[in-house]
Design a protein around this ligand. Sequence first.
Ligand SMILES: Cc1cc2nc3c(=O)[nH]c(=O)nc-3n(C[C@H](O)[C@H](O)[C@H](O)COP(=O)(O)O)c2cc1C
Length: 141
Amino acid sequence: MGLISLVYVSFATHPMSEQDLRDLLEECRTNNQRLNVTGMLLYRNGFFIQALEGEEEVVERLFSDIAKDPRHQDVLRVYTAPIVERAFPNWTMGFNHIPDDHYLEMEGYSDFLENPNAAYFSEHPSRAQMLLESFRSETFF
Ligand SMILES: Cc1cc2nc3c(=O)[nH]c(=O)nc-3n(C[C@H](O)[C@H](O)[C@H](O)COP(=O)(O)O)c2cc1C
């Protein structure tokens, strides 16, 4: 048994209001604390990208539950990798709702953030981790 990081992308089935996002985050944080899972969730224009970190078996089980959640669809695993230490040790689930004008400042991501799509990350998995880590110090709520 060891630690892994699992990153996936998905699309919301309905636009998520701020309250929907708050409710989701509360649920994530309660469960993840119990499961000793950490990570980061980004939401923008109906598009989710999430990193889950924890013991392999726990993360894989959680991911298969998350993948069945009717709030999103087209859930695509971008990568799974063994890790030595957590990238988000202080977040049972960090969250950022990427604001509309933010992408302009994010060199290298503007194409993706203007037009989110899963293929972008399948082709460049390391960018998914970099994008998530770029929000490590900026949490929305
Ligand atoms: C985009 C997205 C991300 C989610 N992330 C998590 C998560 O990190 N942890 C978690 O426990 N549930 C997460 N969920 C919720 C799960 O799909 C599911 O509702 C929850 O684990 C059920 O918990 P329960 O069986 O205790 O009711 C997420 C759902 C969505 C739509």
